[in-house]
Design a protein around this ligand. Sequence first.
Ligand SMILES: [Zn+2]
Length: 313
Amino acid sequence: MLMIKVYIDIIFFVFMKVQKIGSRGFLFTFPDFIPYPQVPMSIQIYVINGKNHLFICDTGIEKEQMIMLKDYLKDKNLLSKPIIIFNSHFHMDHIGGNGVFETAQIISHISCRANMVQTMERIKKEKKARLKDKSIAYPTIIFQERMVFPQDNVEFFYSPGHSEDSASCYDQLDKVLYVGDNLVDPLPFLTWHRIDRYLITLQNYCNFDTKVIILGHNLVLNDISFIEESINYIEKFRDFDIDITDFTPRHSAWYRWSFIYIGLDLKDKGKDKEALKYFKHIKDLIRHPKIKPLDEEELGEIEGFLKEELENK
Ligand SMILES: [Zn+2]
């Protein structure tokens, strides 16, 4: 019996790091999520042990991660309160373990749920994604602007930016802000064309009284300087005026894909002419040594896509 226990603990250490934050927070970190070739990221899931509820911010990419997290919480006797899962946005690396806690309520912004339903319908048709790795469950409670649990001193609020459906969680007691992908290491990843609105969200973050700011991947911040740098970057990005001299492969990954995703979003909203500006910009830069993907397959995919979008236009 003891042998088995030790073995499980070793697995925890290898695949999941747990860090105590403030008086009632647990930060779970899972390594090696690779959204684009050669850009490994960690996944961070934040848990708040509130007075009446246990809140879980985002659920990772694979259900195994949430199962491991659940085992840890069970081990620490933290599963006695009703569970509230919060989805910061609909991207697959934030909702993959939604269904692991069968009795949980799942909270999201109204458009996050709509996007999830739409994406899952598409994936099921394409049969492309490895859905067996996921435990998908849709939000059961949706909000428009803000939702507060006053007795727990926890609030969720709409904060669009990285995506149109992005929302954040604020622990009023410990002054911890969970921002999902609205802040990304080392620079913002934009997938929504409303850059003006993204800036408002980040400026609003600066007005919060925060001790700790937790990102969906990689970073934990103790002051707002990273937010100010992100605002600075987005203002320059808006004007197509980014200095790429010091870019690393990680910078360039978010840079090139931001142009592609904003172009796609504009196209989706019927703004074809504006979309072309984004596609053209990245087409002209894609073989620049600071922007070119290290991975040939990614380069081929992007060039093929851009050729199709820009042909005869
Ligand atoms: Zn995302």
